[in-house]
Design a binder for this molecule. Structure first.
Ligand SMILES: Cc1ncc(COP(=O)(O)O)c(C=O)c1O
Length: 410
């Protein structure tokens, strides 16, 4: 039975009016529902937080202070007095509990792409002298990771081998230096087995690098618990940091002394203001920094992280699964049979916080959905992606999205 057929079978019998009543009951019982008021939203059903998270309502005022007082009035004094210089590590420590990391292991800065490059080259360099000549990369990866892995392989004289995540255990060998994997597939929403794959990579004596873009802020990651070596992620999706907000780099504490960055800028120097001609890496996660941090974006992100006050990732995950389960139920109730095929696994253990549906003319279908007040996105050639951010998406939103999808496809 295909996943699409299973989705229909699992939810058969639920009527269109039944799901509307269920939505109201689920919203009434939802303990996270009040968090929506922390965001600037309108009556559009926003299911694109897996691409760009919504604006936390207080960020604009905080940025007004950053721009007018910190920059406008204090000017250069703000590097010390407003804590600009230490922002990458300080904000890294704010992200740490959301990805299951103890403090002192995450720095924020640069894009995810740049951090993938830093992490992967550093991972391969950890294997220098061991004769390991191969890098494995997730064959289904978001393209940038694949491009950068190719460059990292050329630069370090290794061979790059694309492998589907499920096949990584068989592909590992004494030749493997490092493995670059995605926690959640950006296209299908499939959640990969981070604990199991990390253990397999370690059993082969290699280094595991994880891309957390589509999992951080949506589900527990457990970086420390599962012994992940290096990880990167963006902050503009489920962490709501804003367009182009800086990414982060996790370097497990006991690997930090061996982290040899391919981009050893002056910000990662042990004595950045010593202006020495020779490079000496700073101790700790700070050595993942490169150049002058993007302060305005960093501080917008720092403000945005306040929406997590009093919220646990476990509660977010429970609601995320309830939202995606309910969306599949509503799709079965509202969408004509056979009009869509679900690419996202039904098993909770294999599902991120999005649902990907394949259908004909998907680009045009998404254009009509957006015109009808339901914002998801389209990934060529035929995928509709719907992201569910539990901090601000409710069950009535989900029912409305499926209903309008059904009307669009009828
Ligand atoms: C899984 C994944 N990795 C990497 C990136 C690239 O991130 P950036 O544009 O911040 O370099 C994205 C962007 O959406 C992504 O989804």
């Amino acid at each position: 039975m295909s996943e699409a057929t299973e989705a229909t079978a699992a939810t058969e019998g639920t009527s269109a009016t039944g799901v509307a009543a269920t939505a109201a009951a689920l919203d009434a019982a939802d303990e996270l529902a009040p968090l929506r008021a922390r965001f600037t939203l309108d009556d559009v059903v926003y299911l694109d937080g897996n691409s760009l998270g919504a604006l936390p309502a207080h960020v604009a005022d905080r940025m007004d202070d950053v721009v007018r007082r910190q920059w406008g009035s204090l000017r250069i004094r703000s590097w010390d007095e407003s804590g600009w210089w230490t922002a990458p590590e300080r904000i890294g420590d704010r992200i740490a509990p959301l990805v299951g990391a103890a403090p002192g292991q995450i720095v924020v800065g640069d894009s995810t792409s740049v951090n993938v490059f830093k992490a992967l080259v550093a991972a391969v360099r950890m294997a220098d002298g061991t004769g390991r000549d191969e890098i494995l990369v997730d064959a289904t990866t978001f393209p940038t990771d694949g491009y950068l892995a190719g460059s990292a392989a050329r630069m370090t004289g290794r061979t790059l081998r694309p492998v589907a995540p499920a096949e990584v255990p068989e592909a590992l060998s004494g030749r493997t230096a490092a493995v670059l994997l995605n926690h959640v597939d950006y296209r299908t929403g499939r959640l990969h087995d981070l604990p199991g794959l990390t253990a397999a990579v370690h059993a082969a004596g290699a280094v595991a690098v994880w891309d957390l873009c589509h999992s951080a802020g949506a589900l527990p990651v457990g970086l420390d618990e599962h012994g992940v070596d290096l990880a990167v992620g963006c902050t503009y999706k489920y962490l709501n940091g804003g367009p182009g907000s800086p990414a982060y780099l996790y370097v497990r504490r006991d690997l930090q002394d061996r982290f040899d960055s391919p981009l050893p800028g002056w910000n990662s120097h042990a004595e950045p203001f010593g202006m020495r001609p020779d490079y000496e890496a700073a101790p700790g996660a700070v050595r993942g920094r490169v150049g002058t941090p993007d302060i305005l974006s960093l501080l917008a992100l720092e403000a945005a992280l306040d929406v997590w006050d009093g919220v646990t990732v476990e509660a977010v995950r429970a609601k995320s699964l309830a939202l995606t389960d309910f969306f599949l139920e509503c799709v079965a109730a509202h969408v004509p049979r056979g009009a869509v095929e679900c690419l996202t696994p039904l098993a909770h253990a294999e599902r991120g916080s999005q649902v990907a549906l394949r259908c004909r003319d998907a680009g045009e279908v998404m254009r009509r959905l957006v015109a009808g007040g339901v914002v998801g996105d389209f990934r060529p050639p035929d995928v509709l992606r719907f992201g569910f951010t539990p901090l601000y998406v409710g069950f009535a939103d989900v029912e409305r999205a499926a209903r309008i999808l059904g009307e669009t496809l009828s």
